[in-house]
Design a binder for this molecule. Structure first.
Ligand code: ADP
Length: 635
């Protein structure tokens, strides 16, 4: 025999609440975000390093390639000029012109031998045009021009006034020299074929010697730098903003700027028709981004050279990938070199935005990702805080409800106990009164005593039920687990319920096999109590002339099912779980059938205390079937 103490039903269905605390969620979120931030930042740094290294290689490689092309062009030009000066006619005519000039010792156009000049011009002009030269000048050792393709270019020393005499001295020594671009000393044709003063040009100068090897003069061929010289730098341009340009030692651009049209709008070169950027643009930092701010504000203070120009003019080669402002004030990255062999510098630059647009996009994605994670973490934190708050108030409410329930249970237990004592006295004395014939009670008095006994018994059952329920809820109820034969239990319940059935004219039929020797585990009194509860309900809530059947079924090895089926009004689906709650009754029964609504809840609790279960199937209008499952005793 085993005695089971019932489970503490006050805590049925509750688990100890262990919420993830807000502090731990917060620290998790912060460390998660920090790790993402660090990993993303380190990855970005690596990508940035790689991208910059590749870009620097591209940038730096464009400079030597441009220099190489420059050298090819230079030797080609020199070869052409030298080929011209080795022509006997040219030597002859040059010598004659030189002699005419020497014998006159004058320096005016009048003394030139017009015949010879005409012959030289016709010898040279067609060749010059074919090679893209604008004209020629013959200079003596002092730089005096004693013959030229245009009259205006003769009879003065304007070229050496502009360029100095060094290139003449070098030419006399037998060298072929290409000068840097300078503004022409006479009118020359601009790129649209209009005669312009001070238009950029450059000279290719080589000595002219007589057949005997005497020095006659220096033949200088005139060329516009924006033709081939400038184009050489344009070949290596990349992207929308990449440009390569050359500049002289004064920091003035000597090749065409890619942004010529914008420069006029910005006020960096005169807004006159066809003003070239060559020789008109100083590589200085305007201090503001002129592509955004419009024109450069007039200022008497000269702006400083750009970062690139400062370094290159100091004779340095270098690069800057962090970005600096170029002559438009735009942030650019660049590489540069000073070319002593040419006497000028070259730079390769590109707008920072274009050069590292990939990195910028990556950065934007990184920011978007981070903001998203931040928002998601904040939301998760907020939700966790809300949950914690809700849980805390739920726990409080539960605690309050439990306290109130405990108080109610205690109150009911005390009250029931207190009621039972006087009630027993009333019943005892009423029974005595009814049994005592000596008192010669009249029929009316006997009837009254019957009423007292009936009402008192009913009240006692009710008080006992309430007491049972409160003890079960308080966890103070125990059941004695014994091995019991099922047949006698059913017989006992049927015997006890018979008067009620007869009273209600309800037929009871037991379909369980006679001589049933199945043994169940449970408390004798409580099993009978459960059967009587269910049978009395089946009778009470039956229709007139209805019936109740008891059947038995064994589907599992260790359990037996007992079914109590009635032909009553049935229980709607939506009320089927609620009728097991204490003090709940269906509206239809209130007022018509005696009861307080605790029978089923006690039944359910008793069954569960004995390790069994109860279930219900019901159809409105047809009847209900309550099934209890009991544990079978081990043989
Ligand atoms: P009581 O019978 O004292 O009202 P119970 O807890 O036994 O309390 O039953 C609760 C309610 O369930 C009843 O009031 C009744 O409305 C409904 N009920 C119980 N058994 C049946 C049944 N066999 N048929 C129809 N309704 C029932």
């Amino acid at each position: 025999m085993k005695e089971l103490i019932g489970p503490d039903l006050r805590h049925k269905g509750t688990k100890k609440f262990t919420p993830v605390s807000l502090a731990s969620s917060l620290s998790f979120s912060v460390s998660f975000l920090l790790s993402v931030l660090i990993v993303a930042w380190l990855s970005y740094q690596t990508v940035e390093r790689e991208v910059k290294a590749i870009f620097l290689e591209q940038l730096s490689m464009s400079l030597p390639r441009s220099v190489k092309m420059l050298k090819v062009w230079e030797s080609d030009m020199k070869a052409k000029v030298q080929a011209l000066t080795s022509t006997p006619e040219i030597q002859k005519h040059s010598l004659e012109l030189r002699k005419a000039y020497d014998s006159s010792k004058g320096e005016t156009g009048e003394v030139f031998n017009k015949e010879k000049l005409k012959a030289l011009r016709s010898d040279l002009n067609s060749t010059l045009k074919n090679f893209g030269f604008l004209g020629f000048v013959l200079l003596d050792e002092t730089g005096f021009s004693f013959a030229a393709s245009e009259d205006a270019a003769m009879g003065h020393r304007k070229i050496v006034d502009r360029l100095g005499k060094r290139f003449i001295d070098l030419a006399i020594l037998g060298n072929t020299i290409i000068t840097l671009p300078f503004n022409s000393e006479v009118e020359i044709l601009d790129r649209r074929g209009i005669l312009r003063n001070d238009w950029p040009n450059l000279l290719i100068a080589t000595p002219v010697l007589s057949l005997k090897g005497e020095f006659i003069g220096v033949l200088a061929l005139r060329l516009r730098p924006e033709t081939v010289f400038s184009h050489i730098f344009e070949i290596e341009r990349t992207g929308k903003t990449g440009e390569i340009f050359a500049f002289n030692e004064s920091g003035i651009i000597i090749s065409k700027s890619r942004f010529e049209e914008q420069l006029k709008v910005m006020g960096l070169i005169p807004d006159k028709l066809e003003t070239p950027s060559i020789l008109n643009l100083s590589i200085r930092d305007p201090g503001v981004n002129l592509t955004k701010r419009g024109r450069i504000p007039p200022s008497s203070i000269e702006k400083p050279f750009t970062r690139m120009a400062l370094s290159a003019l100091a004779g340095e080669n270098g690069y800057d990938l962090d970005g600096y402002r170029d002559y438009r004030g735009v942030k650019v990255v660049g590489a540069w070199a000073w070319l002593p062999e040419f006497g000028f510098g070259i730079a390769s630059e590109m707008d920072y935005e274009e050069a590292f647009s990939f990195l910028n996009k990556l950065k934007i994605w990184f920011y978007i990702l981070f903001s998203f994670l931040l928002a998601a973490s904040t939301r998760a934190l907020y939700m966790s805080w809300q949950r914690e708050k809700a849980h805390a108030s739920m726990m409080q409410a539960k605690e309050d409800a439990e306290k109130a329930n405990a108080a109610k249970t205690e109150f009911l237990a005390r009250m029931s106990h207190e009621l039972r004592t006087p009630l027993n006295a009333i019943l005892g004395f009423a029974q005595l009164l009814g049994m005592n014939n000596e008192r010669n009670l009249s029929e009316v008095q006997k009837d009254n005593v019957e009423h007292v006994l009936k009402g008192g018994n009913h009240l006692l059952i009710l008080v006992n039920d309430v007491l049972d329920l409160s003890r079960i809820e308080a966890g103070e109820f125990s059941v004695k687990m014994e091995s019991l034969e099922l047949g006698p239990l059913l017989d006992e319940a049927l015997r006890l319920i018979k008067p009620l059935a007869e009273n209600h004219e309800i037929k009871i039929e037991c379909l369980a096999p006679k001589g049933n020797n199945l043994k169940v585990q449970g408390d004798h009194t409580r099993i009978v109590q459960v059967l009587i509860n269910l049978l009395s309900n089946a009778i009470k809530y039956n229709r007139e002339q209805g019936s109740v059947t008891i059947s038995q079924e064994q589907k599992q090895e260790d359990r037996v099912r007992i079914r109590i089926t009635d032909t009553g009004h049935g229980i709607p689906k939506e009320n089927q779980s609620e009728i097991f709650e204490p003090f709940s009754r269906l509206n239809i029964d209130k007022g018509t059938v005696d009861g307080v609504g605790i029978g089923l809840s006690i039944t359910q609790k008793l069954i569960s205390l004995m390790g069994g279960a109860i279930s219900l199937k019901s159809e409105v209008g047809k009847g209900s079937c309550f099934t209890i499952e009991l544990l079978l005793a081990k043989p």
